[in-house]
Design a protein around this ligand. Structure first.
Ligand code: PMP
Length: 768
């Protein structure tokens, strides 16, 4: 031990400790620094052994009080477990102050030394010992569930429910495989907690039963040190943390772990959610240790105590990464059943037998999904995926409020619009309140296609004309009529490759690849001029121009400034209506506004909405003016069996409630900007990213083989999508050449998720 204090490491000089012991406790004896990351000293006096434990600067007095009271709580209980016993100072305080230099004062607690062999010094661990460890932890958790303290609702760097704080450290790992594993484990744990955190039992827990803190005699765990990380958290974290350390260095890590789990489960039965959470949380703790270690290496690469677990943790996590989480969970928890159902191979076979062959399946190795929550999907192997593609599950997969609204209404009443019920008009009023005043009349249907079909009928009847202007590359739906106005389909594979006589194409105003370049108003007006030219050329005039505010299937293309405004003016001059298809982009996704058309400062005559409306429940609508709706009232009834039913409306209302209460539109703006900027930064080092565009959480990255020729990098796009899937990120491509990465995630995606995507994409692009 040094004669000088090491202030950067909060280590006092030997004399300072000797003096403190003498003055505050009347204790003297030999002194040695204990190994481990906490600053602890062993004191041998004539009669006794003690541990002097220094609290780091950040630790508050209230937290020290909690630590002391928790230990005392266990000491006063019936548990046969030794925990530290505080020796009070001469003046009766639980800690003494130790000024290691004029502006650094540490707090020191003197504890009675506990006998026993630390777990990390054991040569072998018998099955009995492993079981006894599980039982001991279970007893401890049962006891601690009765303990409370005002300081327990806290977080810190070892809080397993706050692992996201460490995800930014992944980029510090130099080794490609290790970086990938660390990224995956932190992602996996975040997804698992999103899924299960609400249903995991919580209480005050020790939160650090690691291999340095467990004391053993023979086949029994006899002591547990260090309540310094204790907090209120899911109870299962105690077991998960222990498992992480118990599995270190074992030939059969899961077998050793399962003995601990069995012992635990015998005394405190784990819920099914706890059992599923255990493996990802244990891996999460290893990832936590590793992330902290790589970060600390930056600060103090030669620290004697910070890196003791690191090597063994890498070895273990590397092995665990190769095991499917479902298999691992089942091996750890003897009575857990694997998810049922057919294998992916069987499902593909069944599809071939029973389902129309024109359906496609994503990815070279198709995924069988069994659960969704928030921004995540989970496959049958227990792998978690960040969903960057599903703009239908707008407020997150299986959002509890939406699910509950649907379930409640389904149990109460479901009927059709020929009866009066509150939900229909309530919902219609809510939808209209998001729109400009003129757009005040709703029709509810079940899909975007139905809604677009209805929009075409409204336009035709109102104008008495047949013709439509459509944008090249656009998609509007799957009916015969809509395929005819969807160049994405009729000009694509299997299409007729010719316009119907009533369909008139205008070029997509693509400032990157199109005839006129740039996003300026000048470019916008040039493209809009094309709309005017075609509109005036059409025999019999046009009923309407239909466009998306940002072209989705067309390649996530944002129209240049002034395009939509000028195009609408030209269309109206030609006597046509303006229809905006908000099926993909509506409901706050573009961030700065609730509707995509508002980005362009226009008011359409008809708005079509779908996908996100019901968060996955089939729900779509057309909203127009009173006047246009009146023209449609020809005497022919409009009726949709399911459209606007009470269940759909209740779900639609819940979706709007969630968008508002979770401020998802604002969130889309902030995160969208972050995402776009991140992609633009990536484009600086990866020439393959030719263009990055979008608004809010509706984003595209166009991939090209060469920035001059703009040859589409289609194969590369496909490779990237498949590699990203293997790293737990679901992406997909769009655009006529399938070379645009499309990004339109559930709006609850977090900054940590986006940062991960950017890191993974960087790695994947590097490896191309
Ligand atoms: N319009 C747009 C812009 C779409 O993207 C889609 C579906 N991808 C539709 C309409 C059709 O919607 P649905 O699949 O609900 O019929």
């Amino acid at each position: 031990m040094s004669l000088m204090p090491d202030i950067s490491r909060d280590e006092p000089a030997r004399e300072q400790i000797v003096q403190l012991l003498q003055e505050e406790y009347g204790v003297s004896g030999s002194l040695s620094r204990l190994a481990g990351e906490n600053i602890n000293y062993l004191i041998h006096s004539d009669k006794n052994r003690y541990v002097l434990k220094l609290a780091s600067r950040e630790r508050s007095n209230l937290v020290l009080d909690m630590e002391h009271r928790a230990e005392k709580f266990v000491l006063d209980s019936d548990l046969e477990l030794q925990v530290p016993r505080t020796i009070k100072t001469r003046t009766g305080k639980i800690f003494a102050e130790l000024a290691i230099c004029p502006d650094t004062t540490l707090r020191a607690r003197l504890l009675r030394f506990l006998a026993g062999t630390p777990w990390d010094e054991l040569e072998q661990t018998s099955n009995e010992l492993l079981m006894h460890l599980g039982e001991t932890l279970a007893r401890l958790d049962l006891e601690l569930s009765n303990f409370t303290h005002p300081a327990m609702h806290r977080t810190h760097q070892w809080d397993l429910t706050a692992l996201s704080q460490h995800r930014c450290k992944v980029s510090l790992v130099a080794n490609d495989r290790q970086r990938r594993i660390l990224e995956w484990m932190l992602h996996r744990c975040a997804a698992e907690l999103k899924l299960r955190l609400p249903s995991l039992p919580k209480s005050f827990i020790h939160n650090d039963a690691n291999d340095e803190n467990l004391l053993v005699e023979g086949d029994r765990v006899v002591g547990l040190l260090d309540f310094g990380d204790s907090l209120y958290s899911p109870v299962v974290c105690d077991l998960a943390i222990t498992l992480a350390y118990v599995m270190l260095g074992q030939d059969e890590p899961l077998a050793a772990g399962s003995a601990v789990v069995a012992g635990y489960h015998r005394l405190r039965a784990l819920t099914e959610d706890e059992q599923w959470a255990l493996f990802p949380l244990a891996c999460g703790r290893l990832a936590n240790t590793l992330a902290v270690a790589v970060d600390r290496r930056k600060q103090d690469p030669d620290h004697p105590n910070w890196f003791v677990t690191e090597q063994r943790a890498w070895e273990l996590i590397d092995r665990l990464y190769e095991i499917d989480p479902v298999d691992a969970a089942i091996r750890l928890n003897v009575n857990l059943n694997p998810p049922g159902g057919a294998s992916t191979q069987e499902l593909l076979e069944q599809r071939r037998r029973y389902i129309g062959p024109s359906l496609s399946v994503a990815y070279r190795e198709p995924l069988k999904m069994i659960r969704g929550r928030g921004q995540y999907l989970f496959d049958h192997r227990g792998r978690a995926y960040l969903d960057l593609v599903n703009n239908i599950c707008h407020v997150g997969h299986c959002h509890p409020r939406v699910v509950e609204a649907g379930q409640k209404q389904m149990a109460r009443l479901n009927t059709n619009t020929r009866y009066l019920y509150d939900e229909l008009t309530q919902y219609a009023a809510r939808i209209c309140s998001t729109l400009p005043r003129q757009l005040n009349t709703c029709f509810f249907v079940n899909s975007g296609s139905e809604a677009n079909e209805l929009a075409l009928r409204l336009a035709r009847i109102h104008t008495g004309r047949e013709n439509f202007l459509v944008v090249d590359g656009a998609y509007h739906g799957n009916t015969s009529g809509l395929v005819s106005i969807s160049p994405y389909k009729f000009m694509g594979p299997g299409g007729s490759h010719r316009e119907e006589p009533w369909v008139h194409m205008v070029p997509m105003a693509d400032g990157y690849r199109g005839r006129f370049k740039g996003q300026t108003a000048e470019t916008g007006r040039a493209y809009a001029h094309e709309v005017s030219r075609v509109a005036h050329r059409v025999d019999g005039g046009i009923a309407a121009f239909i466009t998306e505010p940002i072209w989705s299937c067309g390649g996530q293309v944002v129209p240049p400034d002034a395009y939509v405004k000028n195009a609408f003016e030209h269309v109206r001059e030609a006597g046509g209506l303006c229809i905006v298809d908000e099926v993909q982009v509506g409901f706050g996704r573009v961030g700065r506004c609730f509707w995509g058309f508002q980005l362009h400062r226009v008011v359409p005559d008809i708005v079509v909405m779908g996908k996100p409306m019901g968060n996955g429940h089939p729900l779509a609508a057309v909203v127009t003016s009173r006047e246009i709706a009146a023209s449609f009232d020809t005497g022919m009834e409009f009726f949709s069996s399911f459209g606007g039913n009470p269940v759909s409306c209740a779900i639609g209302i819940a979706v709007l409630d969630v968008i508002e209460s979770e401020s998802l539109q604002d969130h889309a703006r902030t995160l969208g900007d972050y995402f776009l900027n991140g992609l633009r930064t990536l484009a600086e080092s990866h020439d393959i990213i030719g263009d990055v565009r979008g608004a809010g959480l509706f984003i595209g990255a166009e991939l090209v083989k060469d920035r001059q020729s703009l040859i589409p990098a289609t194969e590369e796009a496909c490779l990237i999508v498949n590699s990203m899937k293997d790293r737990g990120v679901l992406l997909s491509t769009d655009g006529a050449q399938e070379n645009v990465l499309k990004i339109k995630p559930p709006m609850v995606i977090t900054e940590a998720d986006v940062a991960m995507v950017l890191r993974c994409l960087d790695d994947v692009l590097r490896g191309l």
